[in-house]
Design a protein around this ligand. Structure first.
Ligand code: AMP
Length: 452
């Protein structure tokens, strides 16, 4: 099947061909025709499925088909909301890439960088805004952005937006939009909250469901290596070295843990960087760029920071620590095996984490194969400890039932407080809020760019 046969016009097909894509992915096959028809869409698609092009291509076509011919500054006609800055930057890059043969203009808006270049970009007039919710509302508050002419709204990674406490911001933004509009909601998982949001937002939506909900990408080979907590770092260095992994994304539960691990790996002679919400936007951008160009071999990330990272053909993901929220495991391993490439996801699991592992397997609907590596078999005399942050805890004397101990796996409190107070400026939008990052930022991604 070709992109043309989905109803996409020549300029877009040419841009897609420039990327070397010969065939639409399943989410693109399903989503593009219904979006072109003007319908609302509820899409269950994980990252890595090609979902960004799935909504960006038809969105560009619809806007281009009804160009703004009025007097004055061109109004914002499409709004894409994302949970993280990195995802906003990546979606904006896709808009730029796919819209290169069209006369549309886009801007990307997120916190952690100076607001003035964004204001200047908006003043010049843009058709499409890709934004994280907090900074978007800052602009509305300052009168530098008008959303009253939005025709198409996209909520990308809506589940993560709710996890990060953005529901209040989303409600505020919805109230600023015209009632008559097309709505596209993309989510990897479908909790009760997402369904409620979808019910409120969407008007008889077409359903697009490519990856089975709450299941991991099938082309990802998953394995668990049981190992003692104190030996995880040693095993990780051993795996990277002995398997000659050149590009590895490693997940930790905490920002502090990410920093510490990156430093330890550096001491082991592996080039490593940490990426999390306490890092300035500039440091995050540099770490990601180093990882993409191969100068950083190991990127250590927390869940929220890693959300939305699009790194082509990322071959290895390591769960240095299992996440508290089982669905985060699905998101994590969605970083590998992207767009049909093979990938592998390795989890280093100590005795404290068996309950977390069981919960993850519950979500996956299957067990993950376990392989004990020679020389790294767990010491059977070590008993489970509650996991830090008081989120888990449990009986300590159940060695004989290794997968049945542990306590409640409460959801992490998250980095974002849902009842935030609006400041006039300087808010960051994702993990690591509360720290001023603007002065460190080196990058100004919010310049309005002609996408042609
Ligand atoms: P996404 O799910 O939007 O994050 O996309 C995952 C990756 O798939 C990105 O690196 C895209 O560039 C790539 N991609 C998107 N569409 C296609 C396609 N039709 N064929 C091959 N790769 C694609």
């Amino acid at each position: 099947m070709s992109f043309e046969s989905l109803g996409l016009q020549a300029e877009l097909c040419r841009a897609v061909a420039d990327q070397g894509y010969s065939e639409p992915t399943p989410v693109q096959r399903q989503a593009i025709p219904v979006i072109l028809d003007g319908r609302d869409v509820l899409a269950g698609a994980q990252t890595g499925t090609g979902k960004t092009a799935g909504f960006t291509l038809p969105l560009l076509q619809l806007l281009n088909a009804r160009p703004f011919n009025g007097a004055g500054t061109r109004p914002v006609r499409a709004l894409v909301l994302t949970p993280t800055r990195e995802l906003a930057a990546q979606v904006a890059e896709s808009v730029q890439t796919y819209g290169r043969h069209m006369p549309l203009r886009a801007a990307v808006i997120f916190g952690g960088v100076k607001i003035n270049p964004q204001i200047a970009a908006l003043r010049r007039g843009v058709d499409i805004v890709v934004a994280t919710p907090g900074r978007l509302l800052d602009h509305v508050g300052q009168g530098t952005l008008n959303l009253s002419k939005v025709e198409i709204l996209v909520l990308d990674e809506a589940d993560r937006m709710l996890d990060m406490g953005f529901i209040h911001d989303i409600r505020k933004i919805l109230a600023l939009l015209p009632k008559q509009r097309q709505n596209l909601l993309f989510s990897a998982t479908f909790s009760q909250e997402i369904r409620q949001l979808a019910d409120r937002l969407l008007n008889t939506p077409a359903s697009v469901d490519v990856a089975r909900r709450n299941t991991a990408a099938e082309q990802v080979a998953q394995v668990v290596h049981p190992v003692d907590k104190a030996r995880k770092r040693e095993l990780l260095s051993h795996l990277i070295g002995s398997e000659n992994w050149r590009q590895v994304l490693v997940f930790t539960r905490t920002k502090h843990g990410a920093n510490r691990l990156a430093q330890q790996l550096e001491r082991d002679g592996l080039s490593a960087a940490a990426i999390h919400g306490n890092k300035s936007q500039g440091a995050r951008t540099r770490a990601l760029a180093g990882f993409k160009d191969g100068s950083v071999r190991v990127l250590v990330a927390t869940d929220i920071a890693a959300r939305g990272l699009d790194i082509d053909q990322l071959p290895h993901v390591v769960n240095f620590e299992l996440p508290h929220v089982p669905e985060d495991y699905v998101h994590r391993i969605g970083r590998t095996g992207r767009a049909g490439n093979d990938g592998d996801a390795v989890s280093l699991v100590c005795v404290d984490e068996h309950k977390l592992l069981r919960d993850i397997e519950g979500v996956l609907g299957r067990t993950i194969p376990e392989v004990v590596l020679e020389g790294y078999a767990p010491d059977p005399s070590i008993r489970p400890e509650p996991i830090q942050n008081g989120r888990t805890g449990g009986p300590r004397n159940q060695r004989s039932q290794p997968r049945s101990h542990g306590g409640a796996t409460g959801r992490p409190a998250g980095d974002v407080n849902g009842n935030r107070v609006y400041a006039a400026h300087g808010r960051s939008d994702d993990a690591g809020r509360g720290r001023r990052q603007g002065q460190n930022a080196r990058r100004r991604p919010a310049r309005a760019r002609p996408v042609s």
